[in-house]
Each structure stands twice: as C-alpha cells, then as structure tokens.
Design a protein around this ligand. Structure first.
Ligand SMILES: Cc1ncc(COP(=O)(O)O)c(C=O)c1O
Length: 401
C-alpha cells in the first residue's frame, strides 16, 4: 500500500515550505505562514491568554472527555462575539454550533455535512483563493466553481465580475465568503457590496458559508463582522466558521467553531444538532479543549476581555503601521509604482502583482518565500524586511523593462 505513494513535491504550499527549510541563508524571509509576528520576529502570546491559563491551572480543571460538540460555553461566547447581543439569529435560536479543532476542521466538517445532505451542491470560491480552503471541500467530494474577486495583475477588486459570476449560482449551491481580511488578498467587501451579494443569494436560493478567521485584525472587533451580521440577518440558512487561532493567538492549541444557521421554516434544530454531532464524531471524534477554555475564561471576565481587546487593538494598529511602511518602502524603491492597495487592504495578507516565475526568482535569488499568488504576510514584516522585499520587487520589475 505505502509503496504506491508519490512524494508531495508538486503541492505548491508544501513545496514552498520544503524549499524554505532547505535554504541555508541566515537572512531568509518567511512571508508564507499566516502568523502575526512582533518587531523582533517572535509570535507573541497575549497577556490575556497567559492570565487565563494561570486561572485555569489554579482551578485544576478536569481532563475528562468532552462530547463531539466540544466546549459549548466557548460556542456561546464566540456566537456573542460574532453576532452581538441582539441579532435575530440568536434571538430566534436559529443557530446550532460545535467547537472544533480550529476553523480548518470546521470547514472540513461543514463541507462533509453539505456533501452528506446535498452532494450535488457546488461550492463557489473566490479567485484568488486560500489554497487549503478548497481541499476541505474537494476532499468531501464537492465540486468547486470559481468566482472572480480580485485582479492580482492590476491589484484591483472585481466586484461587478463577482456579481456576474454569482448570478450563475443554483438553489442549494454554497457560496464561500470570508467574513473579513480576505485570505489571500486582504480585500474586503463594503457593506453595500455585502448587501448586493445578499440580494444575489436570496434571488438564487444559494447558501452562504462565511469563514471568519481574522476578527479584530481589519477595522475592529465589531466592524469586522458587520457584513456577516448584515447578510445572516436576511438569509434563511447559512454555515459559519470562526477561528480563534489569530484573534487570540492560540494557533497550535486549536479552537474554532462551526455553526449552522437553520432555515426560518425548519421544524426545530434537533435533526441538525444530531447531524453536527455525528459528523464531528465520525471525522475526528472530539476537539481539544485547552484553547476553547482559555477563550471562555477571557470572555467571561470583563477585566480579561478588556485586556484582550486592548491587545488586539494594538496588534491591529501594528499591522496597519506595517502596511503603511511596506507601501512607503515599495513606492520609494519603485518610483511611479502605486502601492496604495497595500495600505487600503486589511488583515495579514496582500498579493504582489508578480508572476509565478518572478515569485520563484524572489526565492532563488533573494531568499524571500511567499505562498501561491505571491501572498505576502505583511504581519511578518519589520522595517529591515520591508526594505529587502521592496528592493527585490524593484529588481524583478527592472528585469521586465
Ligand atoms: C480564511 C481562513 N479560514 C480558516 C483558517 C483556519 O484557521 P484555524 O484552523 O487555525 O482555526 C485560516 C487559517 O489561515 C484562514 O485563513
């Protein structure tokens, strides 16, 4: 059986990480992996998380099994964080949630449930797309259809083209959207555009699947979910995934949530609850609890929540300064080039307007590594790295002339 296995050298993401690991140059720059780094290049642990962990240690919490729903107190907290207190989905109790091992598992679990219930549903995903996201759906057996979202060559959003493509959705198709800080482009829809997409969803009877992985990284904790709230107040049914990896900096501890927003005319939520429980159990049995309890400790103490909010505000400010710096540095090194898009985009990522071959040159000659579509993790930059990237970008462009 195992003799048949090829190597995975052709996987664009794994291939890049293999080349990065093999590069012995001391000053190599990893702009690939999606983690926030402070000025010294470290991935910091939030003080609110440290304090919550101390409280948890003092409480001598149980390590007994949970259920496939995971930590339901965490789910209630995250629902509140995403919807606020008065949203109709919460008021009408049209939501069934499970805590998952991160949003990656939540996406896979959601895909499995969609496939079980409606295998003919097609999943509409943005171009460009976060590459791993597609795998969760294709592995579940679902077909993917692309919709235009962002023209990377010209660093320009393609909203009209997006609407044109989405007009092709059929009833029961799934529309994959990023709640905020779109991965990989950093380009988000305005509230008017969320409304226009909502109208298409309502007109086609498609089902939105909103993925929120960066709440608090874009405009603010509440602002980053405004589009999601707007849409989910109007559609009869939806899926939602939320990650705590970035917003709480608990990446490796794995906490996320899958929610199913039940149809307005459904006869209760019992069947959906069973389906969610059974699918989670069949896929991974149950989620780890540590990070979910950390988040719950933070969000059930007004002091810790305030500390977390302040830390997240600082982090967002820091990213926006890094964006401004990268823009300035690129424009200084490349007279006449407008890098304004880097300043306008939100969250950790932006895509550079370079070809795949040019991206490979950045690796081979400048030791700068990015994910497919020249996705730069702006949050992994500091002043020195920004200059290196800007100079390499100029060298690439000079060669075009
Ligand atoms: C858009 C998006 N969704 C989901 C995830 C998965 O997050 P996690 O599994 O760490 O919670 C990521 C991670 O990069 C992401 O960018």
């Amino acid at each position: 059986m195992f003799r048949e296995l090829g190597d995975y050298a052709n996987d664009p993401i794994e291939g890049m990480f293999a080349r990065l690991a093999a590069d012995k140059f001391a000053g190599k720059i990893d702009l690939g992996i999606g983690v926030y780094r402070d000025q010294s290049g470290k991935v910091p642990v939030m003080q609110a998380v440290r304090q919550a962990e101390k409280i948890m240690l003092d409480k001598r919490l149980s390590k007994s099994y949970m259920t496939p729903f995971g930590n339901l107190a965490y789910c209630r907290d995250i629902e509140r964080l995403v919807f606020g207190a008065d949203h109709p989905v919460l008021a009408e109790r049209r939501i069934v949630s499970a805590q998952t091992p991160g949003a990656g598992c939540a996406l896979r679990l959601g895909a499995e449930i969609v496939h079980d219930l409606s295998p003919e549903s097609r999943v509409w995903a943005s171009t460009p797309v976060w590459f791993h996201q597609l795998e969760f759906f294709t592995k579940a057996g679902l077909d993917i259809l692309p919709y235009r979202y962002y023209d990377r060559e010209n660093s320009a959003p393609q909203f009209d083209a997006m609407l044109e493509d989405l007009a092709g959705m059929r009833a029961g198709d799934v529309l994959l959207l990023h709640g905020c800080c779109h991965n990989p482009t950093g380009h988000d829809l305005s509230l008017e555009q969320w409304q226009a997409v909502t109208d298409v969803v309502l007109g086609t009877d498609a089902i939105p699947f909103v993925d929120i992985a960066y709440q608090g990284f874009g405009r603010g904790i509440e602002q980053d979910v405004a589009g999601t709230q707007l849409m989910l107040a109007q559609v009869p049914q939806a899926l939602l995934t939320v990650s705590s990896s970035k917003s709480f900096g608990v990446y490796r501890d794995r906490a996320g949530m899958l929610s199913i927003i039940t149809p307005t005319d459904a006869a209760g939520t019992t069947g959906i609850r069973r389906k969610l429980r059974d699918s989670a159990r069949q896929l991974y049995f149950m989620a780890p609890d540590h990070a979910a309890t950390v988040v719950h400790e933070i969000l059930s103490s007004s002091e810790l929540e305030q500390l977390w909010r302040d830390e997240l505000d600082d982090l967002r400010q820091n990213i926006s300064e890094k964006r401004a710096e990268l823009r300035r540095t690129i424009e200084a090194e490349n007279p006449g080039f407008d890098a304004g898009f880097i300043g306008q985009q939100l969250g950790m990522f932006s895509c550079l307007p370079i070809t795949d071959a040019e991206q490979r040159t950045l690796e081979d000659e400048y030791h700068i590594y990015m994910l497919p579509d020249a996705r730069v993790n702006v949050a992994a930059l500091n002043a020195a790295r920004a200059i290196t990237v800007a100079k390499a970008f100029r060298a690439i462009r000079d060669r075009r002339a």
